[in-house]
Design a protein around this ligand. Sequence first.
Ligand SMILES: Nc1ncnc2c1ncn2[C@@H]1O[C@H](COP(=O)(O)OP(=O)(O)O)[C@@H](O)[C@H]1O
Ligand code: SF4
Ligand SMILES: [Mg+2]
Length: 320
Amino acid sequence: MSGPGHDALVVADLAVHYPARNGPPVRAVDGVSFALARNETLGLVGESGCGKSTVARAIVGLQPPTRGSVKVDGAEIVGASRAALRAARARMQMVFQDPVTSLNPRMTVGEAVGEPLLVRGIARGAALRERVAGLLTEAGLRPEDAGRYPHQFSGGQRQRIVIARALALRPALLVCDEPVSALDVSVRAQILNLLVDLQRAHGMACLFVSHDLAVVRHVCDRVAVMYLGRLAELAPRDALYAEPRHPYTRALLAAVPEPDPVVQRAKPRVPLVGEIPSPAHMPSGCRFHTRCPMTQAICRTVEPEWRQVGSSLVACHFAG
Ligand SMILES: Nc1ncnc2c1ncn2[C@@H]1O[C@H](COP(=O)(O)OP(=O)(O)O)[C@@H](O)[C@H]1O
Ligand code: SF4
Ligand SMILES: [Mg+2]
């Protein structure tokens, strides 16, 4: 089923617990729910180790979840048969942080970009070459680049090759995991703008994973803030940056440098104290209570419910 208003991605109570040889399992993802519409980019942010990549990998079927549901374009992928998963994989593509390991060094750019079309019997021969030339152009490369090898390109150009390949099957959903974090600062904006343009041009849904709140602000319509395997807050972009509701969101934003020095000096300092606890030894009650500047007695024992405050969804007893 598809059509206007139909969600391209629905994630419900997703959990991924990695078994540990000695000790309790690592609850990397521990009950995450959100939906993503066509034509929409959702940012998933949080500190390193909070479970963002595990969410991304579970959505595209690279990591079997412990529980929960992932529907892409209406089709359930958790527990799906191999054939159903293969069909679903054509509808979603992933762009990883490191374009070097994402590309086979022995394949030419043209072979890499054309492979999904060839393998699925969609195009071959001259038609395939034409499709590849079109994809390279869309990603800001030249059709002549098809005959070259990945090592002949810079990091930014290689990420363009990866993006061209991801677009080959015209996916409904693009999952990008830190797509510019490994790139030189000077080329990050170009790649981000390319992703925004392509997402709009194709009406894709895009899940954009990043630890960098400044990057997410630049590309996303809504933002989900993740902490230790759960969402702390989910809000429209402008609401999240102007009026963060969760103490963790406020702490993350306080750490983002403000380009305007006057605004920067006026910004409240809410330092994020301590290390992120281990997801194998989850704090009781609100999982942020060991670091939250607003902790009360109830926070240590009762897990906060997910509730609507203004235009945000937030998991905090005291958010208002
Ligand atoms: N394959 C794995 N086996 C065991 N633990 C893992 C594995 N992958 C990730 N983890 C752990 O799960 C947690 C979340 O990791 P990850 O999803 O990579 O977070 P993020 O992308 O936000 O940095 C971390 O504690 C990490 O060490
Ligand atoms: S529930 Fe308590 S510990 Fe958790 S974020 Fe809110 S105030 Fe902080
Ligand atoms: Mg990650």
